[in-house]
Write a protein that binds this ligand. Structure first.
Ligand SMILES: Cc1cc2nc3c(=O)[nH]c(=O)nc-3n(C[C@H](O)[C@H](O)[C@H](O)COP(=O)(O)O)c2cc1C
Length: 175
């Protein structure tokens, strides 16, 4: 699949088929994460892979935004100790870094026909307790993965001519 096809074809998938994801594909997805750019190359991220069904079920109980039956979760965290190396803006940069790593993972998943969805709606305190996450590690996002039952239709996008400004704000691109 060419890159634009992967970018446009990725969807937030919330319903999954009862089919396991091979370990090597999960490793490819995680490898895509660590090749994302990061501010000053601090790589202030940690990723927790969860594939045991009973662990996924426990996480679902504390995550109101997590529906369906994903086969794997990646908990995307900021390592706040490393982020401090980025100075005053370290934590802000780390948020951008994990967003880029997350998109890498979702695009890699899509290229392997695996669906994904980012989930922010979860109880952070309960998750930290459940997964033994130390104080310095801040879980920000859960990515869910599985083979889609079917690919959802694409929700609309604001058009280029509305969101792109040429040279100065308010001058729009011709289409
Ligand atoms: C930061 C972020 C948080 C999100 N949180 C949730 C969530 O908690 N639950 C959920 O079902 N979808 C969540 N989504 C998925 C969005 O609803 C979805 O990406 C959006 O509707 C656009 O659809 P698309 O990804 O298929 O293009 C989240 C997406 C992002 C980027």
């Amino acid at each position: 699949m060419e890159l634009m096809g992967i970018i446009k074809g990725r969807r937030a998938v919330r319903k999954f088929a009862d089919k396991e994801i091979p370990r090597e594909n999960l490793v490819k997805i995680l490898e895509a994460a660590i090749w994302a750019p990061s501010g000053s190359n601090t790589q202030s991220w940690e990723f927790i892979l969860v594939t045991e069904k009973e662990n996924i079920e426990k996480i679902k109980l504390i995550s109101p935004g997590l529906f369906g039956n994903p086969k794997a979760l990646v908990i995307v965290c900021i390592n706040t100790e490393r982020a401090k190396k980025g100075g005053r803006e370290g934590i802000e940069m780390a948020k951008m870094d994990i967003a880029m790593a997350s998109q890498n993972m979702m695009l890699m998943a899509h290229s392997l026909s695996i669906g994904s969805c980012p989930i922010v709606s979860f109880n952070k305190v309960a998750l930290k307790e459940l997964l033994d996450i130390p104080d310095s590690i801040d879980p920000k996002l859960i990515l869910i993965f599985g083979y889609p039952e079917k690919w959802p239709r694409a929700p609309g996008r604001r058009p280029l001519k509305e969101v792109v400004h040429i040279e100065k704000f308010g001058e729009h691109i011709e289409e």
